[in-house]
Design a protein around this ligand. Structure first.
Ligand code: DC
Length: 228
């Protein structure tokens, strides 16, 4: 019999973390949690309410009015994030959010708010969560930790394609600048910067197909699920 485990997937922006996480969760019958969506939804709330990120008190007060929930949408076969009862899954993918989210995610109070909820989601195991600090801070004892990387040019192309489908006015330079800025802030912030956990397996998918990448990760998961 297989035991239920926790799988964490961390790495740089646009490395394909969520694609792999979703595939693994589907194959294993696990819950998939996109932790970045939580930071994006908080960013949306802050932007809508003109919250001054430099004002700690204002940020703390605002967080009291933020309620986040993931609801499974069977039509899309995907978990979608709700902000105070509103489905914001698609709104939060906008470049306007991407431009602010790293600053919001660097705030201590915001991280405490999100991490507390993420930890609870892993209570029953059987979960795949992707983000930046999942293997280092949220689930330091996870049975399988994957750290994803890919060449910058490949990541820019992937993100560009994703965003271009929604907004044909977008330029490669805008996407490139945004990725570089987020990587810089995410890996240089004071609290829980993006780091590879010591016991994480590095997965560079620059020249791997989705199938090859999945096969590797799935075999690692199966190995960790064996009852010892
Ligand atoms: O994975 P993503 O691009 O949707 O994440 C959006 C931002 O949120 C990213 O720039 C960094 C931040 N983030 C974080 O700090 N910690 C996480 N666990 C997940 C995301």
């Amino acid at each position: 019999m297989a035991k239920k485990i926790i799988i964490t997937i961390d790495g740089w922006s646009s490395c394909g973390k969520s694609t792999l996480a979703k595939q693994l969760a589907k194959e294993l019958g696990y819950v998939y949690v996109d932790s970045g969506a939580m930071y994006r939804a908080i960013t949306l709330y802050f932007l809508r309410n003109n919250i001054d990120l430099a004002e700690k008190k204002e940020v703390k007060e605002a967080l009291k009015s933020v309620s986040l929930e993931f609801v499974f949408n069977p039509k899309r076969n995907n978990s979608e994030i709700y902000l105070n009862g509103e489905n914001v899954e698609y709104l939060i993918r906008d470049l306007v959010i991407a431009e602010k989210v790293s600053d919001v995610a660097a705030i201590k109070e915001v991280r405490e708010f999100a991490v507390a909820q993420q930890k609870k989601m892993g209570d029953k195991k059987g979960i795949v969560m992707d983000g930046r600090d999942i293997g280092t801070v949220v689930f330091p004892k996870a049975e399988l930790k994957i750290f994803m990387t890919a060449d910058n040019a490949v990541r820019v192309q992937r993100r560009f394609k994703e965003l271009y489908d929604k907004n044909p006015n977008i330029t490669i330079d805008e996407v490139k600048n945004n990725l570089e800025m987020r990587d810089y802030i995410d890996s240089n912030r004071e609290i829980s910067p993006l780091r590879k956990a010591k016991d994480a397996i590095e997965l560079d998918n620059t020249s791997l197909t989705e199938k090859e990448q999945f096969n590797k990760a799935f075999s690692w998961a199966k190995e960790r699920m064996k009852i010892k």
